[in-house]
Write a protein that binds this ligand. Structure first.
Ligand code: FCB
Length: 477
């Protein structure tokens, strides 16, 4: 029975009676678990998200240049089972079928990224017409099927030739990135109105230039700081170029965000949580909002100021139409001697959960209230007009049984997380969309093909797609 049916029945039996407040409160709590799309409002966008490198394959076809992920995955020992995205889901050839599946799932938005190396194989200079044509085909197919294309300009696949010159750690990237954004926005701006500049800058700068576990596999705090500053500038520049080139554009960018809780209320853990919050949640949004780097949360970030040139403060700002939050886990922080500088670490998620089933295949804790907390946190910023959950989802071990995938844990995950999104919405927070990560199982970066995040199962041997029960659940929502 859904909420409306319950209300109808209640109405029939208790008309004229006012329910005790505590009863109303528990009913409310119950209602929030049972919802339909209508409860989120007519202007709420439902979608599925993907990224070029994770699904396209065709890594060296039709003039595409080499990206840092092509280079990184082709090295031994970097990726689980030495897997790579050379073929991935072969979306490059199968996009008509995949976009048709999005329609079958009753999803209105398809969020995907453009591969810089398909458009500009060397990063700058000569444009590859075949790459431009490919995304025109993808966009046209979406529009024919009544699906809105939402483009992410950068989902981590930097051209290798630019990395050879220092990549994000080289200030020249301001020019390189602007050239790329100019070309893409001019090419598709008539047809595509919804744009995101970056996908999770903290992830690709932190994992790629500091931890070295993602492409380009570099390690060093100095490199990381430079990469961060250049990304922050490009974040603003990207927004401005889109604004200039695309009439009626809806412009956003996305961030990885987590609820961060101290292990206990001991001062050292509370301080550790503050530093982690500055680094993981505040580092990219606050400069865009004109607040500068969050030095008050993590004094080490004062070093960022050394990288600033005259005029940078202005360049870092951009008035985004929406901010995309992407939430997968919470972080419980504790003071620690490692890593140095930060003196804070994360309590292992295994130690936080009562049941193993509260961990996903990524080892991430299922913590639905976390999404409510991060929406609330972002909604509190003056200058945040709209929030869209541009990614949320979970990897669980899926098995095919008689041609079906009964992924009940994933369905429960979506129910619980969406209930928290609805809670935020009902409390008046400006959340206007929810995109599932991901449309289909795909190449999960350093983890390879093992974690399956899709609403659609992909058999990588045959490239057969099978809609999972969670996909049908969304279809019927
Ligand atoms: C996010 C990434 C996305 C995907 C999910 C699981 O951090 O943006 O590409 O890998 O995690």
């Amino acid at each position: 029975m859904n909420r409306r049916e319950v209300l109808k029945r209640l109405g029939a039996t208790v008309t004229g009676l006012s329910l005790a407040p505590h009863l109303m409160a528990s009913l409310d709590e119950w209602f929030v678990k049972e919802f339909s799309k209508a409860d989120f409002g007519k202007d709420f966008k439902w979608g599925v998200a993907t990224a070029a490198y994770q699904i396209e394959g065709a890594w060296n076809i039709d003039g595409k240049g080499e990206s840092i992920w092509d280079r990184f995955t082709h090295k031994k020992g970097k990726i689980h089972n030495n897997e790579n995205g050379d073929i991935a889901c072969d979306f490059y050839h199968r996009y008509p079928e995949d976009i048709d599946i999005i329609r079958q799932l009753n999803m209105q938005v398809f969020r995907f990224s453009t591969a810089w190396t398909r458009i500009l194989p060397e990063g700058t200079g000569t444009v590859n017409q075949k790459g431009i044509d490919f995304y025109h085909r993808v966009i046209d197919t979406c529009l024919e099927k009544g699906i809105e294309p939402w483009i992410t300009l950068y989902h981590w696949d930097l051209p290798q030739s630019l990395e050879d010159k220092g990549g994000w750690a080289n200030r020249d990237i301001e020019g390189w990135f602007s050239e790329y954004v100019n070309i893409v926005s001019k090419a598709y701006g008539d047809k595509v109105k919804n744009w995101m500049v970056f996908n999770e800058p903290m992830a690709f700068t932190g994992l790629g230039y500091m931890a070295g576990i993602h492409a380009p596999g570099k390690k060093g705090i100095g490199l990381f700081q430079k990469a961060v500053h250049h990304v922050v500038i490009c974040q603003g520049e990207g927004g401005r170029i889109l604004r200039a080139n695309v009439k009626d554009a809806n412009i956003g960018t996305t961030y990885s965000v987590s609820a961060i809780h101290p292990k206990t209320q001991a001062k050292k853990h509370v301080e550790a949580a503050k530093r982690m919050d500055a680094l993981f949640n505040r580092l990219f949004i606050e400069p865009a909002l004109g607040l500068g780097y969050p030095i008050d949360g993590f004094s080490y970030l004062k070093n960022m100021e050394k990288l600033m040139k005259p005029g940078d403060e202005e360049k870092m700002k951009f008035d985004f139409d929406f901010h995309g939050v992407q939430n997968y886990f919470r972080i419980v922080s504790r003071h620690s001697l490692f890593p140095p500088v930060m003196w804070a670490n994360q309590v292992k998620p295994q130690k936080l959960v009562q049941n193993k089933s509260d961990l996903t295949d990524m080892g991430w804790e299922v913590y639905p209230e976390g999404i409510y907390e991060v929406i609330k946190k972002f909604a509190a910023y003056k200058g945040v007009k709209k929030i869209i959950v541009t990614e949320n989802g979970a990897a669980f071990p899926d098995v095919v049984e008689n041609g079906r995938i009964h992924d009940t844990r994933r369905i429960q995950y979506f129910k619980d997380y969406l209930a928290q999104v609805l809670r935020a919405k009902k409390e008046g927070m400006p959340v206007f969309g929810y995109f599932v990560w991901s449309l289909m199982d795909n190449f999960e970066w350093a983890e390879g093909y093992k974690p399956r995040f899709g609403l659609v199962y992909v058999d990588y041997n045959t490239q057969q797609r099978i809609i999972k029960d969670s996909g049908y659940w969304f279809k019927d929502l």
